[in-house]
Design a protein around this ligand. Structure first.
Ligand SMILES: [Zn+2]
Length: 208
């Protein structure tokens, strides 16, 4: 759930407690899901059409598909008021963006994670839309160049996520974080929140 990843490996390597799932392939190889945190949450479906799976049928557009248009994104933002962080990680609004890349997208767009979706300016909407595509495209280019399935250590291109107290690559301000019960977001106070540091919300339920 938080750091799960796929890996190919020989079938004869025994499974251990980090393996949440293994799919045995014909060529003496497994496709395995490795999850090395305590937050294990995984579902497996066997269907003839992915649309038969409820959560797949409810997914929003893939941000790199033609369906993800500026007009549609604008409509999604305006549908109800919530923080940009929450909207970007809502799979029914936009598919496939998690905690890490939502941090990177908001940094690229120079917007606060707590800015409200219904209150941002038209030019900020355009910046957020463009940043969503750019950050994902750049990450794909970087990870494809590895020529193997990526691991956590390969995410060296991240600019704010998981970089607490390291200098922002744009303005050199120390990167800050806000912790919640199950996750942590990262941001640059100078580039994103007008120099204001955001309160630690570890003991509040979640961001609205
Ligand atoms: Zn900065």
């Amino acid at each position: 759930m938080l750091s799960g990843r796929f890996a190919f490996g020989p079938t004869q390597v025994p499974l251990n407690r980090l393996h949440a799932f293994a799919l045995r392939l014909d060529r003496e190889e497994d496709l395995r899901v490795i999850e090395d945190t305590t937050h294990h949450r995984l579902s497996v479906y066997v269907v003839t059409d992915p649309q038969q799976i409820d959560i797949v049928a409810r997914l929003g557009p893939d941000p790199l598909s033609p369906e993800f248009t500026l007009a549609r994104f604008r409509h999604t933002l305006g549908r109800r008021s919530r923080t940009l962080k929450r909207l970007l990680t809502d799979q029914s609004a936009v598919a496939g963006i998690g905690n890490c890349f939502s941090d990177e997208i908001l940094f690229e767009a120079r917007l606060s994670p707590f800015a409200l979706s219904t209150a941002i300016k038209p030019e900020e909407t355009i910046r957020l839309y463009a940043a969503t595509k750019k950050v994902l495209q750049d990450a794909i280019l970087h990870l494809r160049a590895l020529d193997r399935l990526p691991e956590r250590k390969d995410r060296t291109f991240l600019r704010v996520h998981d970089r607490l107290d390291q200098p922002c690559p744009v303005c050199a301000t120390s990167v800050k974080r806000v912790s919640f019960q199950e996750s942590t977001l990262y941001y640059c106070p100078t580039c994103q929140t007008g120099g204001r540091e955001l309160a630690d919300l570890r003991f509040s339920k979640s961001l609205k």
